[in-house]
Design a protein around this ligand. Structure first.
Ligand SMILES: Nc1ncnc2c1ncn2[C@@H]1O[C@H](COP(=O)(O)OP(=O)(O)OP(=O)(O)O)[C@@H](O)[C@H]1O
Ligand SMILES: [Mg+2]
Length: 261
């Protein structure tokens, strides 16, 4: 695998050249980072779980006509994806106040927003990913008006699909982050969903007791991150009870579709 050409190594994933034109391989690492890379750790098994959860969610979206970059999962840590020109914008959809919006707007954590809101952040580590307006995006040519409108509309549709999906398994979708890319299919340009959707990029609370089942467990030193991600996977029906944690942690098994205990 190491013979492949490395294209980009990020904080949580690595991109390699894919087997065909316009494809790449997305490798999920175990690295966890927070607060613009100030806090770091390696959490064994996280990449395997995120790979699997993101695959499941992207397949659900593809099935309802919301195109994503996912072609297929290759193994425990890798996905074959469509290569895109990623918009340097993070699209954040919020249903419930949590995280940065709480202090920025003086809201109570957990308060329900009257309707879902989309926020835009400029992907730039040196600037600390600042929140920006649509005007900022346009004057800097990070994306044009049509692309922003399209991506915003898709973000809200994804919110509808995922809110229902998680609600059905006793989880509140508090907020999540999306990235979009330009994908050229012959002459036609499309805006499609890229990157990942996983407990690293969402806030997920247990409906009954509001237990956090996402990366806030790492940000807030709550512990039990792998167990929480496993719980999400289990509820989504990806990993049956009795799944072998060793296989998740080592990522050695060819398939994580493991037998029931
Ligand atoms: N389909 C795709 N085509 C091209 N690039 C992609 C695609 N999907 C995701 N990416 C990019 O691959 C990288 C994934 O790595 P990772 O998430 O670890 O990055 P990161 O450390 O969060 O840094 P960044 O600020 O670049 O997102 C991101 O830069 C993401 O935008
Ligand atoms: Mg990223």
């Amino acid at each position: 695998m190491s013979r492949r050409k490395l294209i980009y190594e990020g904080k949580a994933k690595i991109l390699y050249e894919g087997p065909e034109r316009n494809t790449m391989v997305q490798y999920f690492k175990d690295d966890a980072t927070a607060f613009n890379n100030e806090k770091k750790a390696i959490i064994e098994g996280k990449g395997v779980l995120n790979n699997r959860i993101s695959e499941f969610i992207f397949n659900q979206l593809n099935d309802v006509g919301l195109e994503t970059h996912l072609i297929k999962r290759l193994n425990m840590r890798e996905q074959l994806i469509k290569s895109c020109e990623v918009l340097p914008i993070e699209f954040v959809v919020r249903n419930i106040a949590a995280g940065s919006i709480v202090n920025r707007l003086g809201l109570n954590e957990g308060s329900i927003l009257k309707n879902p809101v989309v926020e835009y952040y400029y992907k730039n580590d040196a600037l600390g990913d600042p929140i920006v307006t649509i005007e900022h995006i346009k004057i800097n040519d990070w994306a044009n008006e049509e692309e922003i409108k399209k991506a915003t509309k898709i973000s809200l549709r994804i919110n509808d699909v995922l809110s229902g999906l998680f609600r059905a398994v006793g989880i509140k979708l508090v907020d999540f982050k999306l990235e979009f890319g330009r994908y050229w299919n012959n002459e036609e340009k499309k805006i499609i969903l890229v990157d990942e959707i996983s407990p690293d990029t969402c806030r997920l609370w247990d409906t009954k007791n509001e237990k956090k089942l996402d990366k806030d467990r790492f940000r807030k030193d709550l512990g039990g991150l792998i167990e929480a991600y496993q719980e999400v996977a289990k509820r989504l029906g990806i990993m049956p009870e009795g799944t072998n944690i060793k296989e998740i942690k080592t990522g050695i098994s060819k398939t994580i579709k493991l037998k029931k205990s």
